[in-house]
Design a protein around this ligand. Sequence first.
Ligand code: ADP
Ligand code: MG
Length: 268
Amino acid sequence: MTVLEMQNVVKDYRLRNGLRSTTLRAVDQVSFTLQPGRTIALVGQSGSGKSTIAKLLMQLERPTSGAILVDDEPMVYRGTRASKYRKAVQMVFQDPFASLNPYHTVGHHLARPIRLHHTGLSSEQVEKRVLDLLRRVRLDPAEDYAQRKPHELSGGQRQRVAIARALAPEPGILVADEPVSMLDVSIRLGVLNLLATLQREENLGVLYITHDLATARHFSDEVMVLYRGEVVEHGPADDVILHPQHDYTRLLANAAPDPERRLAELQR
Ligand code: ADP
Ligand code: MG
Protein backbone atom coordinates (compact mmCIF):
# COMPACT_ATOMS: atom_id res chain seq x y z
CA MET A 1 0.00 0.00 0.00
CA THR A 2 1.23 3.41 -0.95
CA VAL A 3 0.23 6.91 0.10
CA LEU A 4 1.01 9.50 -2.51
CA GLU A 5 1.07 13.19 -1.76
CA MET A 6 1.74 16.34 -3.73
CA GLN A 7 2.63 19.47 -1.80
CA ASN A 8 2.52 22.80 -3.64
CA VAL A 9 3.86 21.22 -6.79
CA VAL A 10 4.75 23.60 -9.62
CA LYS A 11 5.83 22.57 -13.11
CA ASP A 12 7.11 25.22 -15.49
CA TYR A 13 7.96 24.56 -19.10
CA ARG A 14 10.45 26.86 -20.75
CA LEU A 15 9.23 27.80 -24.20
CA ARG A 16 11.81 29.14 -26.63
CA ASN A 17 10.85 31.08 -29.66
CA GLY A 18 13.84 32.51 -31.40
CA LEU A 19 16.03 34.30 -28.92
CA ARG A 20 13.30 34.84 -26.39
CA SER A 21 12.14 32.38 -23.87
CA THR A 22 8.94 32.43 -21.90
CA THR A 23 7.69 30.26 -19.09
CA LEU A 24 4.49 28.30 -19.20
CA ARG A 25 3.21 27.21 -15.78
CA ALA A 26 1.54 23.87 -16.56
CA VAL A 27 0.99 22.93 -12.90
CA ASP A 28 0.53 25.62 -10.27
CA GLN A 29 0.79 24.90 -6.53
CA VAL A 30 -1.04 21.58 -6.65
CA SER A 31 -1.53 19.70 -3.38
CA PHE A 32 -3.44 16.50 -2.65
CA THR A 33 -3.12 13.18 -0.85
CA LEU A 34 -4.12 9.89 -2.46
CA GLN A 35 -4.83 7.19 0.13
CA PRO A 36 -5.00 3.44 -0.51
CA GLY A 37 -8.50 2.32 -1.48
CA ARG A 38 -9.53 5.80 -2.57
CA THR A 39 -10.23 7.23 -6.00
CA ILE A 40 -9.60 10.86 -6.82
CA ALA A 41 -10.92 12.17 -10.11
CA LEU A 42 -8.77 14.85 -11.65
CA VAL A 43 -10.99 16.79 -14.01
CA GLY A 44 -10.34 19.73 -16.27
CA GLN A 45 -10.53 20.66 -19.90
CA SER A 46 -7.79 20.02 -22.42
CA GLY A 47 -4.56 21.85 -21.57
CA SER A 48 -5.39 22.31 -17.89
CA GLY A 49 -2.35 20.30 -16.75
CA LYS A 50 -3.82 16.85 -16.06
CA SER A 51 -1.28 14.84 -18.04
CA THR A 52 1.58 16.88 -16.63
CA ILE A 53 0.50 15.79 -13.15
CA ALA A 54 0.46 12.17 -14.40
CA LYS A 55 3.97 12.61 -15.85
CA LEU A 56 5.23 14.04 -12.57
CA LEU A 57 3.85 11.00 -10.73
CA MET A 58 5.36 8.63 -13.31
CA GLN A 59 8.73 10.38 -12.91
CA LEU A 60 8.71 11.38 -16.58
CA GLU A 61 9.01 15.00 -15.42
CA ARG A 62 10.38 16.61 -12.30
CA PRO A 63 8.67 19.39 -10.36
CA THR A 64 10.06 22.90 -10.70
CA SER A 65 9.24 23.37 -7.02
CA GLY A 66 7.17 21.75 -4.31
CA ALA A 67 7.36 18.17 -3.11
CA ILE A 68 6.01 14.76 -4.02
CA LEU A 69 5.90 12.46 -0.99
CA VAL A 70 5.64 8.70 -1.05
CA ASP A 71 4.64 7.21 2.29
CA ASP A 72 5.74 10.49 3.87
CA GLU A 73 9.18 10.42 2.27
CA PRO A 74 10.31 12.77 -0.52
CA MET A 75 10.27 11.18 -3.97
CA VAL A 76 13.63 9.90 -5.17
CA TYR A 77 14.57 9.32 -8.79
CA ARG A 78 17.51 6.93 -8.49
CA GLY A 79 18.43 3.82 -6.61
CA THR A 80 16.50 1.08 -4.88
CA ARG A 81 13.80 3.32 -3.43
CA ALA A 82 13.13 4.78 -6.88
CA SER A 83 12.68 1.35 -8.47
CA LYS A 84 10.39 0.35 -5.62
CA TYR A 85 8.35 3.46 -6.35
CA ARG A 86 8.20 2.75 -10.09
CA LYS A 87 6.82 -0.67 -9.26
CA ALA A 88 4.27 0.74 -6.81
CA VAL A 89 2.83 3.37 -9.14
CA GLN A 90 1.54 2.16 -12.50
CA MET A 91 -0.19 3.90 -15.35
CA VAL A 92 -3.00 3.14 -17.77
CA PHE A 93 -2.79 5.29 -20.88
CA GLN A 94 -5.49 6.78 -23.04
CA ASP A 95 -4.77 4.97 -26.28
CA PRO A 96 -5.09 1.17 -26.12
CA PHE A 97 -4.05 0.93 -29.78
CA ALA A 98 -0.72 2.72 -29.36
CA SER A 99 0.21 1.10 -26.06
CA LEU A 100 0.48 -2.52 -27.26
CA ASN A 101 3.09 -3.86 -29.69
CA PRO A 102 1.33 -5.41 -32.72
CA TYR A 103 3.99 -8.14 -33.07
CA HIS A 104 3.71 -9.56 -29.57
CA THR A 105 1.06 -11.74 -28.02
CA VAL A 106 -0.97 -10.65 -25.03
CA GLY A 107 0.92 -13.25 -22.97
CA HIS A 108 4.24 -11.71 -23.95
CA HIS A 109 3.03 -8.22 -22.95
CA LEU A 110 2.18 -9.50 -19.47
CA ALA A 111 5.13 -11.85 -18.96
CA ARG A 112 7.63 -9.03 -19.46
CA PRO A 113 6.71 -6.88 -16.45
CA ILE A 114 6.23 -10.02 -14.33
CA ARG A 115 9.81 -11.17 -15.07
CA LEU A 116 11.13 -7.66 -14.59
CA HIS A 117 9.53 -7.10 -11.21
CA HIS A 118 9.63 -10.65 -9.84
CA THR A 119 13.01 -12.06 -10.74
CA GLY A 120 13.68 -15.73 -10.17
CA LEU A 121 10.27 -17.07 -11.18
CA SER A 122 10.20 -20.23 -13.29
CA SER A 123 8.51 -20.19 -16.72
CA GLU A 124 5.56 -22.08 -15.25
CA GLN A 125 5.19 -19.56 -12.45
CA VAL A 126 5.29 -16.67 -14.94
CA GLU A 127 2.72 -18.41 -17.13
CA LYS A 128 0.46 -18.96 -14.13
CA ARG A 129 0.65 -15.28 -13.21
CA VAL A 130 -0.11 -14.24 -16.80
CA LEU A 131 -3.29 -16.32 -16.79
CA ASP A 132 -4.23 -15.06 -13.37
CA LEU A 133 -3.87 -11.44 -14.51
CA LEU A 134 -6.07 -12.10 -17.55
CA ARG A 135 -8.75 -13.57 -15.32
CA ARG A 136 -8.54 -10.59 -12.99
CA VAL A 137 -9.40 -8.28 -15.88
CA ARG A 138 -12.16 -10.68 -16.94
CA LEU A 139 -10.53 -11.88 -20.15
CA ASP A 140 -11.73 -15.46 -20.02
CA PRO A 141 -10.75 -18.06 -21.22
CA ALA A 142 -7.37 -16.70 -20.22
CA GLU A 143 -5.43 -19.37 -22.18
CA ASP A 144 -7.12 -18.18 -25.36
CA TYR A 145 -6.47 -14.46 -24.78
CA ALA A 146 -2.82 -15.09 -23.86
CA GLN A 147 -2.17 -16.44 -27.39
CA ARG A 148 -3.79 -13.54 -29.20
CA LYS A 149 -2.12 -10.58 -30.89
CA PRO A 150 -3.45 -7.05 -30.26
CA HIS A 151 -5.22 -6.87 -33.65
CA GLU A 152 -7.35 -9.81 -32.58
CA LEU A 153 -8.80 -7.76 -29.73
CA SER A 154 -11.39 -5.00 -29.50
CA GLY A 155 -10.47 -1.61 -28.06
CA GLY A 156 -12.04 -2.53 -24.73
CA GLN A 157 -10.20 -5.85 -24.58
CA ARG A 158 -6.92 -4.08 -25.36
CA GLN A 159 -7.55 -1.64 -22.55
CA ARG A 160 -8.15 -4.64 -20.24
CA VAL A 161 -4.75 -6.01 -21.30
CA ALA A 162 -3.22 -2.60 -20.55
CA ILE A 163 -4.84 -2.71 -17.10
CA ALA A 164 -3.55 -6.26 -16.54
CA ARG A 165 -0.06 -5.09 -17.50
CA ALA A 166 -0.31 -2.22 -15.04
CA LEU A 167 -1.33 -4.69 -12.31
CA ALA A 168 1.56 -7.09 -13.06
CA PRO A 169 4.08 -5.42 -10.71
CA GLU A 170 1.42 -5.44 -7.95
CA PRO A 171 1.19 -1.68 -7.60
CA GLY A 172 -0.47 0.25 -4.77
CA ILE A 173 -1.43 3.14 -7.04
CA LEU A 174 -2.95 3.32 -10.49
CA VAL A 175 -2.84 6.51 -12.53
CA ALA A 176 -5.41 6.29 -15.34
CA ASP A 177 -5.14 9.16 -17.84
CA GLU A 178 -8.46 9.34 -19.73
CA PRO A 179 -8.59 5.52 -19.82
CA VAL A 180 -11.88 5.25 -21.70
CA SER A 181 -12.05 8.42 -23.78
CA MET A 182 -10.85 6.61 -26.92
CA LEU A 183 -13.17 3.65 -26.46
CA ASP A 184 -16.57 3.12 -27.95
CA VAL A 185 -19.22 4.71 -25.74
CA SER A 186 -20.98 1.34 -25.33
CA ILE A 187 -17.99 -0.33 -23.64
CA ARG A 188 -16.73 2.55 -21.50
CA LEU A 189 -18.78 1.66 -18.48
CA GLY A 190 -17.54 -1.95 -18.50
CA VAL A 191 -13.91 -0.84 -18.34
CA LEU A 192 -14.64 1.74 -15.63
CA ASN A 193 -16.56 -0.85 -13.61
CA LEU A 194 -13.57 -3.17 -13.90
CA LEU A 195 -11.26 -0.46 -12.59
CA ALA A 196 -13.66 0.17 -9.71
CA THR A 197 -13.83 -3.55 -8.86
CA LEU A 198 -10.05 -3.95 -8.93
CA GLN A 199 -9.67 -0.84 -6.87
CA ARG A 200 -11.96 -2.31 -4.19
CA GLU A 201 -10.57 -5.84 -4.32
CA GLU A 202 -6.93 -4.79 -4.24
CA ASN A 203 -7.28 -1.66 -2.12
CA LEU A 204 -5.62 0.46 -4.82
CA GLY A 205 -5.34 4.20 -4.76
CA VAL A 206 -6.58 5.46 -8.13
CA LEU A 207 -6.04 8.82 -9.79
CA TYR A 208 -8.73 8.89 -12.45
CA ILE A 209 -8.00 11.61 -14.98
CA THR A 210 -10.95 12.64 -17.10
CA HIS A 211 -12.91 15.52 -18.53
CA ASP A 212 -16.16 13.67 -17.95
CA LEU A 213 -17.90 14.86 -14.80
CA ALA A 214 -20.56 12.13 -14.90
CA THR A 215 -18.09 9.27 -14.59
CA ALA A 216 -15.91 11.33 -12.24
CA ARG A 217 -18.81 11.56 -9.82
CA HIS A 218 -19.88 7.96 -10.21
CA PHE A 219 -16.46 6.35 -9.88
CA SER A 220 -14.63 8.61 -7.44
CA ASP A 221 -14.62 9.47 -3.77
CA GLU A 222 -13.20 12.91 -4.37
CA VAL A 223 -13.19 15.28 -7.31
CA MET A 224 -10.39 17.73 -7.91
CA VAL A 225 -10.99 20.39 -10.56
CA LEU A 226 -7.99 21.74 -12.42
CA TYR A 227 -8.08 25.07 -14.22
CA ARG A 228 -4.94 26.40 -15.93
CA GLY A 229 -2.76 24.22 -13.76
CA GLU A 230 -4.44 25.21 -10.51
CA VAL A 231 -6.77 23.17 -8.32
CA VAL A 232 -9.80 25.45 -8.10
CA GLU A 233 -12.04 22.99 -6.29
CA HIS A 234 -11.49 19.76 -4.36
CA GLY A 235 -13.89 17.81 -2.19
CA PRO A 236 -16.24 14.83 -1.91
CA ALA A 237 -17.46 13.94 -5.42
CA ASP A 238 -21.15 14.69 -4.81
CA ASP A 239 -20.42 18.06 -3.18
CA VAL A 240 -18.19 19.27 -5.99
CA ILE A 241 -20.48 18.16 -8.78
CA LEU A 242 -23.88 18.91 -7.28
CA HIS A 243 -22.85 22.14 -5.57
CA PRO A 244 -19.93 23.57 -7.51
CA GLN A 245 -18.40 26.63 -5.85
CA HIS A 246 -16.27 27.75 -8.71
CA ASP A 247 -17.49 29.27 -11.99
CA TYR A 248 -15.21 26.99 -13.96
CA THR A 249 -16.70 23.85 -12.39
CA ARG A 250 -20.17 25.15 -13.26
CA LEU A 251 -18.96 25.69 -16.80
CA LEU A 252 -17.65 22.14 -17.00
CA ALA A 253 -20.91 20.84 -15.53
CA ASN A 254 -22.89 22.82 -18.09
CA ALA A 255 -20.79 21.46 -20.93
CA ALA A 256 -22.07 18.01 -19.90
CA PRO A 257 -25.54 19.21 -18.91
CA ASP A 258 -26.90 16.39 -16.82
CA PRO A 259 -24.51 13.89 -15.24
CA GLU A 260 -27.35 11.50 -14.36
CA ARG A 261 -28.62 11.45 -17.91
CA ARG A 262 -25.11 11.00 -19.33
CA LEU A 263 -24.59 8.03 -17.04
CA ALA A 264 -27.97 6.58 -18.00
CA GLU A 265 -26.92 6.91 -21.64
CA LEU A 266 -23.72 5.04 -20.93
CA GLN A 267 -25.60 2.29 -19.11
CA ARG A 268 -28.04 1.67 -21.95
P1 ADP B 1 -4.09 18.16 -20.23
O1 ADP B 1 -3.58 16.76 -20.02
O2 ADP B 1 -5.00 18.64 -19.14
O3 ADP B 1 -4.73 18.35 -21.57
P2 ADP B 1 -1.27 18.90 -20.26
O4 ADP B 1 -0.76 18.57 -18.91
O5 ADP B 1 -0.95 17.96 -21.36
O6 ADP B 1 -2.84 19.18 -20.21
O7 ADP B 1 -0.70 20.32 -20.67
C1 ADP B 1 -0.77 21.47 -19.80
C2 ADP B 1 -0.08 22.64 -20.47
O8 ADP B 1 1.33 22.39 -20.53
C3 ADP B 1 -0.53 22.88 -21.90
O9 ADP B 1 -0.55 24.27 -22.13
C4 ADP B 1 0.56 22.22 -22.71
O10 ADP B 1 0.69 22.83 -23.99
C5 ADP B 1 1.80 22.45 -21.87
N1 ADP B 1 2.82 21.39 -22.04
C6 ADP B 1 2.67 20.07 -21.75
N2 ADP B 1 3.81 19.39 -21.99
C7 ADP B 1 4.72 20.30 -22.43
C8 ADP B 1 6.09 20.23 -22.83
N3 ADP B 1 6.77 19.07 -22.81
N4 ADP B 1 6.69 21.39 -23.21
C9 ADP B 1 6.03 22.55 -23.22
N5 ADP B 1 4.74 22.69 -22.84
C10 ADP B 1 4.09 21.59 -22.45
MG1 MG C 1 -3.93 14.97 -21.22
